[in-house]
Design a protein around this ligand. Sequence first.
Ligand SMILES: [Zn+2]
Length: 511
Amino acid sequence: MDDDDAVVESLRIVGDRIAAVGRGRLGATSCTEVVDLDGRTVVPGLIDNHNHVVLLGLRPGHDTRLESAASIDDALELLEARTTELPAGEWITSIGGFDINQFVPPPDAPRFPTLEELDSVTPGHPVYLQQSFAGPSVTNTLGKRFFEGKGIEVGADGTIAGGFQTPNASTRALYELRLLQTLDDQKRGTLDAMRYAASLGVTTHLDQGGFPATGTNADGAAHFDRYRAYDALLALYEEGALINRIRLNFLHMETDAATPELAARLANVFPDFGGDLLKIVGIGEFTAGASPIIGEATDVWVNGTRRVAEAGWRNENHSLTPADFPVIIDGWERIHRELRAPGIGNLRWVVAHAPFITREYVDKLAALGGGVSVLGGWRYISGTAQQNGPPFRMLADSGIPLGMSSDGMQISPMNPWIGLYYVVTGKNARGELINAGQTLDRGAALELYTAANGWFLNEEDALGTLEPGKYADLAVLSADYFDSDAVSDEELKGLRSVLTIVGGEIVYRER
Ligand SMILES: [Zn+2]
């Protein structure tokens, strides 16, 4: 993934860095440990430039990712496998990151596993599976008993109502599960989240925070307590227990146009502060107020954005609809002009997701020194012919800094191979081609998840390629991603890591 797309057969690691790449033993001595990978393909550790790994760590119960399940049977198998690791009675959950679309091939209608199906594989554990931010959800017999005891309505087939209106039965169920949680549970969940990432070859995350929780049963999967949400992560950092690199954006969402919370953050926190494994990056994916969601620049958003610019912080803004770009990018341009040079020009401000960005706005953003973070997995699990994009090809051709993310864990899977499948094929989970004309080849797609993402962390000198002087972060793949004879397009979704190294330490090894 270097500038020359070099392919080498040996790599030497000293301490946490790559010392040499090339052929043969590369100066190995009798003290060197030699690992023969038997011809397997090694890629730089994948960097997810926009996800919610902190929220995943905070999930109540033992969250079991169903993102890679392609059928009801797959989902049941993953849940059954989880029971073998846990004492009876412990909650098994899966909250966000999947869509029932992926469980049932057309023409049958998408559905959850039923209560009976869940009971058949997890008789000794209460189970709770929740789609997206706020359901719908499903539970098994043990879970039904618990939830009904709390006055929550559960259907005979285990279904629990949900949807965007909250509180609903799913958010009430989530609330009850969160009440059971301790800090130790959150630390264990955070370790589980990092282990899951490492099992897929993801070694670095840029976390984009959560919505400010109200502490009531209206909070969904993407809400967290902004005063306590980082306790587990900081405790693990202190203990030297982090096995992924985690970079943090602080998500700000407030109603007061004077943005007192954001002002306090910018006055009292050092940008870029931290160490090799945990570091602060910027403000995002919301800056203050929800204005770009509703398609117009509100005072709170403009004031907050100006504060971030004046403080010289990096900023990242989420975008979904075509109406977002005039708000965000024209808004940034106005603030840039108001400030003294260099304005926001050196700050690497990023527009995220960008399913419907146009070339006009890409060029405007490039002129401001900005970049675009695109995602794939979300469109894979729930995209349609109308809800498609992002225009990967147009963006790559434009030359703007372009990197890739999962936007896991609520509406989208963290699994990067699902996202890469979507970039390469343009197909959703129902097998429909929805992004024709905007696909990229495998090499260009993987570059977005590795070399290109160094820029988004302001760490391109340390991350993203396997070159001397960079962190020794790598993944040994289960099969050769680059060989379309060995790995068909459909098989891309099943790729994983068999050995993952972060900073020269083995952090995951397939059993
Ligand atoms: Zn996000």
